[in-house]
Design a protein around this ligand. Structure first.
Ligand code: IMP
Length: 176
């Protein structure tokens, strides 16, 4: 399948470095737990956290399921929970994409209510503002994109293409 690039590796690298600068300001000199919401954020998360202060940052993982095919099911299930106790700590949640916002709204609420961090901010690689159906904004945003289905750099179509090193436009007609 031919994949039309939307955001190149170089554009991603430059933007991740900028985001890391802003996130270092948020962290300041406080211990911070940086959480990847798996699986879509895994590549972005890996690039981002390596640019943060190694003395201050701990890493943890959550996993949620919400999507079937290219449409959100609207229901969000937590399939893997945190292993670090983040109560009273500063937290940064890293997400791949903010689409309808249903996943992030549910995960945000869950972390706040169940894990009770002192502060929770959210960093997303991609934002599809047009598709938003809940009142929600990420604190750090990599790129604004149109209402298009994208793959690569962690994002999948039916569990494939996550390891594509750039972000491409997904065209279901060219899939065999
Ligand atoms: P939301 O709950 O509608 O905001 O959807 C969030 C989740 O849907 C993301 O974490 C992705 O896993 C998935 N998703 C949304 N849009 C795309 C896309 O364009 N490509 C791949 N996955 C997507």
């Amino acid at each position: 399948m031919e994949i039309q690039p939307l955001i190149t590796q170089q554009q991603i690298a430059e933007r991740v470095a900028e985001l890391a600068r802003s996130i270092r300001e948020y962290i300041g000199s406080e211990d911070t737990v940086v959480i990847a919401n798996l699986k879509g954020s895994v590549i972005f998360f890996s690039d981002l956290v390596r640019q943060l202060d190694h003395n201050l940052v701990s890493l943890d993982f959550m996993a949620t399921e919400s999507y079937q095919g290219t449409e959100s099911s609207g229901e969000v299930r937590i399939t893997h929970d945190l292993s670090i106790n983040v109560a009273g700590k500063k937290v940064l949640l890293v997400e791949d994409i903010l689409d309808t916002g249903l996943t992030l709204a549910a995960v945000n609420r869950y972390i706040k209510e169940v894990h009770r961090p002192s502060q929770l901010k959210v960093c997303v690689l991609l934002n599809k503002q047009e598709r938003r159906c809940v009142d929600l904004k990420a604190d750090f945003i990599g790129f604004e994109i149109q209402n298009q289905f994208v793959i690569g750099y962690g994002l999948d179509y039916q569990q494939k293409y996550r390891n594509l090193p750039y972000i491409g436009l997904f065209n279901p007609d060219t899939v065999v």
